[in-house]
Ligand binder design. Structure first.
Ligand SMILES: [Zn+2]
Length: 71
């Protein structure tokens, strides 16, 4: 169990890394455990997710929009 303990700093790094690549099983587990136990990191995770959504939205807009406005 102690092996799965992460500091907030490590957790933040894992959350960011998770955006780019799949994490190994033990990291995913450690992440989950920390997010359950910590008050601050779930907020950070939410911010990351919001940011990712916004980015995705922006990318989709770019793909759909040919650069010509209809209005
Ligand atoms: Zn934390």
């Amino acid at each position: 169990m102690a092996l799965l303990m992460r500091t907030c700093k490590e957790t933040a790094a894992l959350l960011v890394a998770r955006e780019d690549r799949a994490l190994p099983m033990n990291d995913r587990l450690a992440l989950r455990i920390h997010l359950l136990a910590c008050k601050a990191c779930p907020d950070f995770e939410r911010q990351l997710l919001t940011m990712r959504q916004a980015l995705k939205q922006w990318r989709n807009d770019k793909e759909v929009d040919p650069g010509i406005k209809n209005d």
